[in-house]
Design a protein around this ligand. Structure first.
Ligand code: EPZ
Length: 430
């Protein structure tokens, strides 16, 4: 079994480049199903979720060629609908974009139920509401979701999303781009990856306006052509390294980013007393003395991102005084707190609220990555804590952080992969 071996307690200094955004790249890659042509998608992060998305497409009959580790040529001309492999689809949440894309191109979709990080119930009722509004019959049975356009092709309509949902917004958009007539999505998510997916589709000839606001209009078109497209940088990867700078009492320049996308993270770090310097495509975070306690509420964009909840909680545990972090998106995002308690953190969780008694430094300990961003938080916590720690279940982290060990090693982190025999190996050995 592979773990991360960490010797923490040292300030980190240097420059960290950010890769393409996982949650934009996975949507754009799967959106190529709508395009009966060849697309070249650049700035793809080399992470397992993207590799799985590309593998799913090639199993379905797309021609996928890596022009370099970050650039894929994808030709879905001969892709067969309904042929995605169940075992790969269930490895990630974003597989559900195949529903909107297959429905939009073929008028029918047949996809296994998605997987993804486990922080409570992750329903897809709003996705189904979107598809149904556009004239599809949707049925969930036997681990699969089947959707069929009643008249063979979807018709545009109004869709009101009861909750701000990134996935439902993107999926409804995917289904609508080739529907007959106008679709209006109200209460749409405004995340940068929603905008990036719309920009990709418009580059292919779609007619989408309002992405980035809470009302998105899609006028159906008959055909989408191939395009060369570059995915935006990952704001959550950037935010993770920004928090790491403050947590290790160092100074890190995070490059290749869009500073506007991380403005809520910069604002909260500044409130805690870190020094922030913003440039065109970079942000530098420098520790500037004891961190002050603050309150944080995670919200849909442009609020403080829920995917920064675990990372920020580590920083609050290192700050002086009592902080409160309120989770405004997911029901059960605080599972990682038990792992932080193994390191001496004093945190009380009550539903969607965590009360963090900061001040004590964290103590090195063996901990587990319970999901992708919880794993990132364990990396921050063990690099901040003096002494030797180990992080297991790191496959979660590989889903969303390209070359994490390489990037951190270059700024002075003592972190490496280590192979240890896992339990059954030990049992067999006896
Ligand atoms: C996306 O998940 C991201 N994943 C998540 O990032 C992120 O936490 C989330 O958006 C919120 O920003 C990808 O983009 C692949 P939602 P998604 O639909 O689309 C409820 C990461 O770490 N809801 O915006 O699944 C839902 O339960 C991952 O990169 C319904 O009730 O999230 C939640 O409370 C983790 N019904 C809220 O809406 C639905 O049909 C927001 O979920 C859909 C969602």
């Amino acid at each position: 079994m592979e773990i991360l071996s960490v010797n923490g307690g040292k300030p980190l200094y240097g420059t960290i480049p950010v890769s393409g955004m996982k949650n934009a790249a996975v949507a754009v890659v799967l959106a190529t199903v709508l395009v009966e042509d060849k697309c070249v998608i650049d700035n793809l992060p080399d992470i397992s979720d993207i590799n799985i998305a590309l593998e799913i497409l090639s199993v379905m009959g797309a021609k996928v060629k890596m022009l370099n580790p970050a650039c894929a040529e994808i030709d879905t001309t001969f892709l067969k609908p309904g042929s995605s492999p169940y075992d790969l689809v269930r490895k990630m949440r974003a597989s559900y974009y195949l529903l909107g894309a297959e429905l939009g191109r073929f008028g029918r979709a047949f996809v296994g139920c998605p997987g993804g990080c486990d922080f409570g119930v992750r329903p897809i009722d709003l996705h189904i509401k979107g598809f149904t509004a556009l004239g599809a019959d949707v049925n969930v049975e036997g681990g699969y979701i089947e959707a069929t356009a009643k008249d063979g092709r979807l018709s545009g309509d109004n869709v009101y999303l009861d909750l701000v949902s990134v996935g439902a917004t993107i999926n409804t958009m995917l289904a609508a781009v080739k529907a007959k007539g106008l679709t209006v999505i109200e209460n749409a998510a405004r995340e940068p990856h929603v905008v990036d997916t719309a920009s990709f589709l418009n580059a292919c000839g779609a007619d989408i306006s309002g992405a980035g606001t809470d009302v998105i209009k899609i006028r159906g078109v008959d055909h989408l052509h191939g395009v060369n497209y570059t995915v935006i940088p990952d704001m959550i990867e950037a935010g993770t390294y920004m928090v790491l700078a403050a947590a290790t009492k160092g100074k890190l320049k995070v490059t290749g980013i869009i500073p506007k996308h991380v403005s809520s993270i910069s604002a909260k770090l500044e409130e805690m007393g870190a020094k922030i310097v913003e440039e065109d495509e970079a942000v530098t975070v420098e520790y500037a003395g004891p961190l002050k306690r603050i309150n944080v509420k995670t919200l849909p964009y442009p609020g403080f991102p829920t995917d920064m909840n675990p990372q920020m909680c580590v920083l609050l545990a290192l700050a002086e005084g009592t902080s409160i972090i309120t989770e405004g998106v997911w029901n059960n995002r605080f599972r990682y707190v038990d792992e932080l308690k193994r390191m001496g953190a004093n945190i009380k969780v009550d539903g969607r609220v965590a009360i963090v008694e900061g001040g004590e430094s964290l103590k090195a300990a063996p901990v587990r990555a319970l999901d992708l961003r919880a794993g990132a938080a364990m990396v921050i916590a063990t690099l901040a804590a003096k002494g030797h720690s180990e992080i297991s279940d790191i496959y979660h982290i590989r889903r969303g952080y390209e070359d994490l060990v390489g990037k951190l090693g270059k700024v002075g982190a003592d972190i490496s992969y280590k192979d240890i025999p896992d339990r059954q190996d030990l049992d067999q050995a006896n």
